[in-house]
Write a protein that binds this ligand. Structure first.
Ligand code: SF4
Length: 451
């Protein structure tokens, strides 16, 4: 049927336009005209556009494609092609914004816990947007309400229903403060671009975005924070990082690191070790004498203590990624002996790029810092182990971050009593990390100012 002879009506419209003369079609036609896949890819989006002309636009294109113009979609300048492309793009953008700007609020009801969000997309695109949330939150019961339609995930099925007013969704919940703390911690002032942000985050979404509440404060603080970031020392090891970040590549590249003087007297670099998707990462200070000779972390006397503590805490060392803040052994020769020397701040900073790369590859859920130096390499020299030991903090590098004693502290403890106490504390802190991984502890809400 030529497009000029087709009248499109909104879904559900009743009409007597043709009365009994309405044409009938044989839907079991054998003839299947070839339609390029690209057409369906466009149509799958464009059909969700709010424009009443969307079916007409799509049909006109389809008609020409199957009537002598199979290459039509290649002609970007064709007005009908460009019209459908712009419908499709608008829908894709709207779906993307829905993914980015939907914010759930927790609701307790007799049926249990639910999460409800209210959102105002430009087009009725929930069917396109909802599968993203289903895959992301499969174990939560949630609803997304919009003025045109709503959808509900009960843990099994996605159900769609009519639209709902804004008042049907809660304004805020007790998780909001937690979210804002998280948002503050990941906000990067150096990437603040106000015009781009306003274009990306249209004002109509602000009222449902909790972060809009703290945006003004974060923007006011940005110049000062950027200045601090610029003044912060850069890690010299950055220059030695390989192009491809995998653990074998990093280990290989670290062998040639000369970013600080520690590589000169040391026997070899001692890189981290463990599965590349370990959920738990342990970070010590630096390799010791034995580690320097063997080229592996935590294999000396402190490593043996650590193995025992991990076993006592119910953690298999084979599943843990173990590394150090500084990758070369720093020591002072005393006759035939090499005495451990604490690395200077500059050496820790120089080496930090390796630790950052390990974090990017392993992406641990929990980081346990063993000793003050390791913790300070994350959160700066103001960190105080006595004050913060054993407390779980929220940090950008993992879901949970805590610091405890280095196992060498047990070996160095002056009395048997102090030794026993340090040992008990180390094991208890490792147990805490395990409990978090098992989901027995809540997500931390405390945060420490990072480097
Ligand atoms: S200690 Fe770290 S930064 Fe210094 S040379 Fe060794 S690997 Fe490089």
């Amino acid at each position: 049927m030529p497009p000029e002879r087709v009248v499109w009506q909104p879904p559900g419209a009743q009409t007597e336009l043709f009365g009994d003369d309405a044409p009938s079609f044989d839907t079991n036609l054998d003839y299947r005209p070839p339609v390029p896949r690209a057409y369906f890819e466009l149509a799958e989006q464009a059909v969700y556009h709010r424009s009443p002309q969307r079916y007409d636009a799509l049909y006109r294109l389809l008609y020409r494609l199957v009537n002598g113009e199979p290459e039509l979609l290649e002609v970007a300048s064709d007005p009908e092609v460009s019209r459908v492309r712009s419908l499709s793009q608008a829908v894709r953008r709207d779906v993307h914004k829905t993914h980015a700007f939907v914010r759930f609020r927790r609701v307790e009801s007799e049926e249990g816990e639910r999460f409800v969000a209210w959102h105002r997309p430009d087009h009725p695109i929930l069917e396109l947007a909802a599968p993203f949330f289903r895959d992301r939150f499969p174990n939560m019961c949630w609803s997304i309400l919009t003025p045109d339609e709503s959808c509900y995930w009960d843990g099994q099925r996605l159900l769609y229903g009519p639209g709902a007013p804004r008042s049907a969704a809660p304004e805020s919940d007790e998780l909001e403060e937690l979210f804002l703390t998280y948002y503050r911690s990941i906000f990067n002032p150096a990437r603040l671009n106000l015009p781009a942000m306003q274009a990306e985050m249209p004002a109509k979404h602000w009222s449902t975005l909790p972060e809009a509440r703290v945006m003004g404060e974060l923007m006011r603080e940005s110049p000062e924070r950027v200045r601090e970031m610029l003044e912060a020392p850069k890690s010299a090891a950055q220059a030695f990082l390989p192009r491809t970040e995998t653990l074998p590549e990093l280990t290989r590249a670290a062998k040639s690191c000369e970013a600080c003087p520690l590589h000169e007297p040391a026997t070899q670099v001692v890189f981290g070790e463990g599965p590349d998707r370990a959920e738990l990462m342990l970070v010590g200070e630096q390799p010791g004498d034995e580690e320097d000779l063997q080229g592996r972390p935590f294999v000396g006397p402190a490593g043996k203590v650590l193995d025992e503590a991990l076993a006592q805490a119910g953690i298999s060392r084979a599943g843990v990624y173990v590394t150090n803040a500084v990758k070369h052994f720093k020591f002072e020769p005393r006759g035939k002996r090499r005495l451990h020397q604490r690395p200077r701040v500059g050496e820790v900073v120089a080496c930090r790029a390796w630790l950052d790369a390990e974090l990017r590859v392993v992406k641990p859920r929990v980081i346990v810092c063993l000793g003050n130096t390791a913790a300070q390499s994350f959160v700066g020299s103001r960190f105080n182990l006595q004050r913060y030991r054993g407390r779980i903090f929220q940090q950008p590098w993992a879901e949970a971050w805590l610091a405890t004693y280095h196992p060498a502290a047990i070996l160095r403890a002056p009395t048997a009593e102090a030794r026993a106490e340090t040992w008990t504390t180390l094991v208890a802190d490792l147990r805490k990390a395990r409990a978090f991984l098992l989901g027995e502890l809540a997500t931390p809400t405390e945060s420490l100012e990072s480097r």
